[in-house]
Each structure stands twice: as C-alpha cells, then as structure tokens.
Design a protein around this ligand. Sequence first.
Ligand SMILES: Nc1ncnc2c1ncn2[C@@H]1O[C@H](COP(=O)(O)OP(=O)(O)O)[C@@H](O)[C@H]1O
Ligand SMILES: N[C@@H](CC(=O)OP(=O)(O)O)C(=O)O
Length: 544
Amino acid sequence: MATSVRSAAAPRRLFPSIPPAIAGNVRGLGHFGARTGPRGFRGLSMVFADSTRRRAKEGDSVLGAPVLGGPGAELGDQLSVVMKFGGSSVSSAARMEEVAGLILTFPEERPVIVLSAMGKTTNNLLLAGEKAVGCGVIHVSEIEEWNIIKDLHIRTMDELGLPRSVIHCMLDELEQLLKGIAMMKELTLRTRDYLVSFGECMSTRIFAAYLNKIGIKARQYDAFDIGFITTDDFGNADILEATYPVVAKKLHGDWVQDPAIPVVTGFLGKGWKSGAVTTLGRGGSDLTATTIGKALGLREIQVYVWKDVDGVLTCDPNIYPHAKTVPHLTFEEATELAYFGAQVLHPQSMRPAREGEIPVRVKNSYNPKAPGTLITKQREMDKVVLTSIVLKSNVTMLDIVSTRMLGQFGFLARVFAIFEDLGISVDCVATSEELDNVVEELEKIAIVHLLQQRAIISLIGNVRRSSLILEKVRNTNHLINLQTFHVLRKSGVNVQMISQGASKVNMSLIVHDTEAKAIIESLHQAFFEDDVLTQVEAENWLVG
Ligand SMILES: Nc1ncnc2c1ncn2[C@@H]1O[C@H](COP(=O)(O)OP(=O)(O)O)[C@@H](O)[C@H]1O
Ligand SMILES: N[C@@H](CC(=O)OP(=O)(O)O)C(=O)O
C-alpha cells in the first residue's frame, strides 16, 4: 500500500486530540474518521474515490527567436517563461492561431511552449483503443473516434495552410497501432500510454509547423526524447529527479546553438527501466510545464498555465456557475485543491513549482485580459477564511468498527496492514473486486459497512485558522463550523463524516452524492456571496 503518510501527525497523535466524529486525512491513505465509544476509540471510517495575428519581418527577433532568415538571437539569452496550453486552448486551427497571437503579446519573453493534445483527442484515443480490442482488424478504419481524430488533425492542417506531410506518418502509425491492438485483442497499460501519446505528438508538430509558417522559428520536442525520465507506472508515472538537468541542458543547449521557440509535448515521459513512453496522469501537461520551469531554474522564470476558465475558481463552474476567480493561492492550497479533485490543476504539478519557487499563473486563453490566479509560496492570509470548495463524487465509504477492544494503536495497525498486504491505496480502488477483498479481510477483525454513492466536499481554507479548528472545535465555537453547519442544517443535510486534513489546509465533509450539488451551492452562497462571514466576525473568532 502506498503508505506515504504525509504528516508526522500519524493516528497516534491525531486521534486523541480530535473529538468524536472529527477525522483526519493521511495523504495516500485517503480519509479516515475516528469513531469513539464509551471506552474511547472504537473504529474508523474510510473513504474511497472509486488575436491578433502579427506577421514577423525577416530580420526581426520575435520572442528572442530569430525570424526565419534573420540574424539570430544574442547568444546568452535564456529561455525566460514556460507557457502551457491545455486541450481546449488548442482545439482547432482558429484556436491555434489565437494562441500564436497570444504568445506574440509577450514580446519580451523567450518562451518554452508546452501543449496538450487537441480538444478531446486523449479521450478519443482511449475510446478508439478500447473499441479496437473487440472490433476486429478489418473494422478498425470504421471506429468513430479514430475518424474524429483523423478528421480533426487533417482539417486543422488544411485550415492552417500546412502540408499534410507534417503528421502524415503519425496518422499512419496510429492506424497501424490500432490494428495491432485489434489483432492482439488486448490493450496493456504500456500500449495505452503509447497510444495516447499520439495526441500530444501531433498537436505539437502542427503548432510548431504553424509558428514556422508565420515566420517565428520554432522547434518541436517529444518530452520522452529530451530527458523526461519517469517511473514505469504506466498511466500515472512520476517524474524522476534526473529529468531536471537533462531537460535543462537540452533546451538551453539547443537555444544557444540555434535559437528557436521550443514546443514540447505535455503529459509524456519515458520509463527509466522500460524505455517505453509513459504518461503522467490525466491533465499531466501542467506537471510538464512546472517541471520545465524548475529545470530552467532562472529566478525570474514564471509558468503560465492557459486554460478555458479565468483562473482557479471558488468552485467548479460546471457545478455552480457563480464561481468566482481566486486571485492568489499558495502552492499548498493549490495542491490540496487539485488533490481533492479540482480538475483545473494536476495534483502533482505544484511540486516542482514549490521546490523551485517558480510562480505559476493560471490564465484564460479565451479571455487573456483577465488577471487569472497567481500561485506562489506565500500570500497574505490574514483576511482569508475559505478559498475554494471542491467536490469529489462517486466515492465509497467504509465504516469500520472494532469488534474487540484491541486498543487504538493495535486496531489501526491491523486495519492498515490489511490494505498493505492487499497492495491497495485507500484513496484509489480500481475495481469493486479489490474492495470486496478488503471487506472480507476487515470483517475478520471488525464490523464493516460499505456506503456507496457518497461525495467528498472539501473546504480549502486558511492554514492558520484551520489549525485552530482542531483546537477550538470542541467548543463548537468555530466560525467555519458554525457557518457550515448552519448552512447544512438549513439544507436538511446529514453529514456522514468530517475530516480535518493533516495539512490543516482543508476540511472535508462526506455526504450523499445526490445532495452534494445543492450543498455546494449553499456553502458557496454563504461563504462567497452573502458576506455572512464578515471580517469582523472572523477576527472576533480569532481573538476569542
Ligand atoms: N476550482 C476550479 N476552478 C477552475 N476550474 C475548475 C475548478 N474545478 C474544476 N474546474 C474545471 O477545470 C477545467 C479546466 O481544467 P482542464 O480541463 O484540465 O483545462 P485544460 O485542458 O485547458 O488544461 C475548467 O473548464 C473547469 O470545468
Ligand atoms: N491530454 C492529456 C494531458 C493534459 O494535460 O490535458 P489537458 O491540459 O487538456 O487537461 C489529458 O487529456 O489528460
């Protein structure tokens, strides 16, 4: 089991200080909540997460890269900014033109561009692969998603006025791969990663060719060829330390020798043992961008992450459309937000930024004038109570009550040992069979209730004030709690578990899936719209 207990505050220290029904979260172990009986600790609950286009003149130096035929940038110029564009930002020829225009609005910068696959290409590749397994070789050419991918990329090249030869070979190879999958009737994790890598490999080739066509010298790179070295965990690979110097050397070396804007595939790496293409988990291009930021290591470097929203918002706008932009976040808050399910950032993406102290700006490529969200090491937290509300749906909650009075430590150790023996991470159970095995083993030492279709609502907030939650919650004197419960009581909602994160940046509520959306709306209104929790109240609470 991934026992990456994130805090020294292991159960031994957490539980005694936590009143009944208040729980902890251990990174990598998911949520767990203490249950207490008349004689102290009895068991725990766990939760499972089943432009304007400008044409450059020869002789200009655009963004530090020479206009084709021009004199070249000065040696010694350094790459100064990383810009990542997500799938929606490069979903069509028109979007690519806009993105090129947007890059040109940063004339002082010498950017590295990181791209995701066009639009929904990654999903379509995955679906095409699944269909290929069962459709037979002769039917591969009829797979709907394969045809969508092919048409989108060919249309984009035609509309951008590029020769089809730019990715002709890749499309051929992709079709061959789908036929190979159909022939073998299997799609391994390794093959799946290779399959989805075509998305980023094609989008970057098209975009680099387009920049060159409009006169801005660009060079395409496949991340797995320039030193993105990862673990061999296909589908969710981790970037290894060796990546940073190798990537920096390659990008800087090429830039100094022959300046051209690097256009790098997001999301991809190369497994250090297998040598095969790996992927960094869905949304992994954010991580590619911050990794390059750290690799380049210049003090003034910034990473821009361009999305289809005005930055990180107070909640997912698809759940509640009145979400507001959060202007400033710390790396820690952004990490918690992503970890607890906000799709807007890859959960690992803040790690290189935090380590390298690289500021990250989340911006909207559809609305570049909006200031977006700035993510840095620190920010002024005095006035902050709650930052964002995050929803993780379709989770399963395990209620585990000790059958014997084994004592807190012995019981917990045995519970966690079962997970370790079965090699299962509390936070991520892939199949119901895995969960069945856990339940079978746990039932030998506990009464176990499996509660499905639950949702985790995480309230990401002020680290310092959250710390006080743990101390003050006993008196139920705490504003966030009062406020939250007031809202929940008004909504007639039954909260099944509350968990205070070990990081003390978040507090999570477990509720029924069907109630989650309405609760988020109420909480959002109370915390971000009604201004009920005024500064004065917050300050009174702090001193009180
Ligand atoms: N708190 C949040 N703030 C902003 N966007 C969010 C949040 N939670 C979920 N989202 C979703 O994340 C999407 C942007 O992330 P993503 O799709 O990965 O972007 P991209 O593909 O451009 O990198 C938004 O369109 C929005 O639906
Ligand atoms: N294309 C990959 C990687 C990625 O980062 O995508 P996006 O930036 O569109 O979330 C995915 O869909 O997961």
